[in-house]
Design a binder for this molecule. Structure first.
Ligand SMILES: Nc1ncnc2c1ncn2[C@@H]1O[C@H](COP(=O)(O)OP(=O)(O)OP(=O)(O)O)[C@@H](O)[C@H]1O
Length: 247
């Protein structure tokens, strides 16, 4: 269970401060997939970075399973599995070694690492390239390696920043099935995307974010009702104020 309350974050830029996140707040429940949906530059990555303790919010509060991120970041990190926007797999290591390295950092023993690696390689269809060095991997192979690495310690909460970026149709379908499985096991899953259809295909609840603010929260049907629009892309365009920007 993840709670974000009134988060703010600004960055200094040469042209003046950029207020990237302005009072973002929502709850992501266990046993649900929560989608963070917003156009480019909306503040999704910045919000997720604060959640996974990479950045400190200027203001606001984050709790993971009731633990305050500001007070006990180490315990929070143990409870999170994170696919960051920069996948950053180690090129000199094989996929298996990348996964094992993270397993050791989390204090898992070698037998458990072997078992978890085999499970994830099967689910994510990685057997073909598991023992190859990741240098030269395709984007999809790198993403799969980074996902397996993020989940090696069997975390209760899973955060994925644009997980399907660059993945082909079959890999995306496989990943969707995998995320549903995590949800059905009672985990809390959050993922970000800028594609309404993708979020609608998978999420129990959608948090629409634009210009650093939450614009609406609900199921796809609730968002349709809220806007009075049937087509999900129209719903997103309306909620994220994209019409005015294109004009
Ligand atoms: N380190 C930084 N320094 C300066 N500005 C930043 C920094 N990180 C983010 N920003 C700015 O904050 C705003 C939100 O960026 P963010 O990466 O959170 O958006 P996003 O919703 O993840 O977008 P995308 O879908 O394009 O990845 C943007 O205007 C971005 O330029």
């Amino acid at each position: 269970m993840i709670l974000l309350d009134n988060l703010h974050k600004s960055f200094k830029a040469k042209t003046g401060p950029v207020h990237a996140v302005k009072g973002v707040g929502f709850e992501a429940r266990d046993g649900q997939i929560t989608g963070l949906l917003g156009p480019n530059g909306a503040g999704k990555t910045t919000t997720l970075r604060m959640l996974y303790t990479l950045m400190t919010p200027d203001q606001g509060r984050i709790e993971v399973d009731g633990i305050d991120v500001a007070k006990d970041p180490t315990t929070v990190r143990q409870r999170l599995g994170v696919l960051p926007d920069a996948r950053g797999v180690y090129k000199r290591l094989t996929a298996r070694e990348n996964i094992a390295y993270f397993g050791r950092l989390h204090g898992l023993d070698e037998a458990l690492i072997r078992e978890r690696t085999a499970q994830m390689a099967k689910t994510l269809v990685m057997e073909d390239f598991l023992d190859r060095r990741t240098e030269g991997f395709s984007q999809g192979q790198r993403t799969k390696t980074a996902i397996a690495r993020a989940l090696v310690h069997d975390p209760r909460n899973v955060i994925l920043d644009e997980p399907t970026n660059g993945l082909d149709v079959m890999t995306t379908r496989g990943l969707r099935g995998f995320l549903r499985k995590l949800r059905d096991e009672g985990r809390c899953v959050i993922f970000s995307s800028h594609i309404m259809q993708e979020v609608a295909a998978l999420c129990d609840r959608i948090v629409v974010i634009a210009h650093g603010e939450v614009r609406a929260i609900g199921t796809p049907d609730e968002l349709r009702e809220l806007t009075g629009l049937a087509d999900l892309e129209d719903v997103f365009v309306r909620l994220a104020d994209l019409e005015g920007e294109a004009a």
